[in-house]
Write a protein that binds this ligand. Structure first.
Ligand code: ZN
Ligand code: ZN
Length: 354
């Protein structure tokens, strides 16, 4: 495959459906010397002729981003202009990091920043998803308690960018340390998102606490499916007579070519094996549990993935556990993560009973 390395230095992004590093003009495959749209900064073109050709399609999503950015700049300006008082200290970026939202005058700013992430996510490009992820992570550092449920979208953004290991570390942190009784959200010394390179193969109980929300369950399922498919790919390759006794470097070639997830890049211990049957069986079991758990608790979710049309449109108003509105919200947060990885979607479709 004659492709440059992906921005994360790994090739797995080539095996996902997110449009990135390529001209968005009609049927254009140019990847070099691209120009960014100056208004939204998240879509690329090979030149002005293809930018013009795409204008009618791109204009509305571009305007939404442009307006949301301008409103965020204004909100930040208003907040910075406030002198310190009982409602908010002066210079909150320096003095109240970690306590945004608690100080009420920071809320309009946080709302505008959230609106900008939503605006960015209407555009399905790598640049838009990366920008939305950066905003989301920064919002979590400003307000780790996360009154806006930014955490429900972050793992999906990592997954869309092929950063599965970080998605897993994030999910595990929020569902273990971050949901432990007595965790001090208001204390800047409390460890925050400090899990790295956690073992994605471990049992689902490591993350699947009672409080885990539907979006995190869906991401966890997606992550494990991707890993399972990668192991099955390794097994299939190594069973070919011509590949008998393949060494680590040879197996890494298959991973660079075909792996969906980035997890195996760091797991030499697993890639070096000659047999993955036990890991495959274990992941299959974990997935059965996860899929069944979602089915029992949120019976509309898997059917929604199978027939997405009616779930995509409505903005949920009511919010109750397992209600169609909650499913609809989680569906909108998770759907591209599935849609951009058709083999994982196919797997869950065959595994669900409804
Ligand atoms: Zn634009
Ligand atoms: Zn082009």
């Amino acid at each position: 495959m004659d492709l440059p390395p992906a921005p994360n230095g790994l090739s797995n992004r080539w095996n996902l459906g997110l449009h990135w590093g390529i001209c968005s003009g009609p049927n254009c495959h140019i990847r070099n010397n691209l120009l960014k749209c100056g208004a939204c900064r998240v879509i690329l073109y090979c030149g002005t002729s293809h930018q013009k050709a795409d204008q009618a399609r791109h204009k509305s999503s571009c305007d939404i981003i442009k307006n949301a950015s301008a409103e965020l700049v204004q909100a930040e300006h208003d907040m910075r202009a406030r002198p310190g008082d009982a409602y908010m200290p002066e210079n909150p970026f320096e003095t109240a990091r970690g306590q945004f939202w608690f100080w009420k005058p920071t809320r309009p700013y946080m709302q505008k920043r959230f609106e900008l992430t939503s605006a960015l996510l209407n555009t399905r490009t790598g640049d838009a998803v990366e920008a939305a992820l950066e905003h989301s992570l920064e919002m979590l550092h400003l307000n780790p308690g996360d009154n806006q449920s930014v955490r429900s979208q972050v793992p999906g953004l990592y997954l869309r960018l092929g950063r599965d290991q970080e998605a897993y570390d994030f999910i595990k942190w929020y569902n273990t340390i971050g949901s432990a009784a007595g965790y001090e959200w208001g204390n800047p010394e409390s460890p925050f998102l400090n899990l790295h390179d956690e073992n994605v193969f471990e049992g689902v109980n490591a993350c699947n606490r009672i409080g885990i929300d539907l979006s995190h369950l869906a991401y966890l399922t997606s992550l494990k499916v991707r890993l399972l498919l990668d192991l099955q790919m390794l097994e299939k390759q190594s069973k070919k007579p011509s590949n008998r006794n393949a060494d680590y470097d040879k197996k890494m070639e298959w991973i660079r070519e075909d792996a969906i997830s980035d997890v195996l890049y760091k797991r030499r211990d697993i890639v070096e094996r000659s047999d993955w049957a036990d890991l495959i069986a274990d992941l299959n079991n974990q997935l059965k549990k996860l899929i069944k758990h979602v089915e029992e608790r949120y019976k509309h979710y898997w059917p929604a993935l199978k027939s997405p049309g009616r779930w995509a449109a409505a903005i949920p108003i009511l919010y109750a556990l397992g209600s169609p509105e909650e499913i609809s919200l989680a569906f909108r947060q998770t759907r591209y993560c599935w849609a951009e990885c058709p083999s994982a979607l196919e797997f869950v479709k065959t595994q669900t009973s409804t």
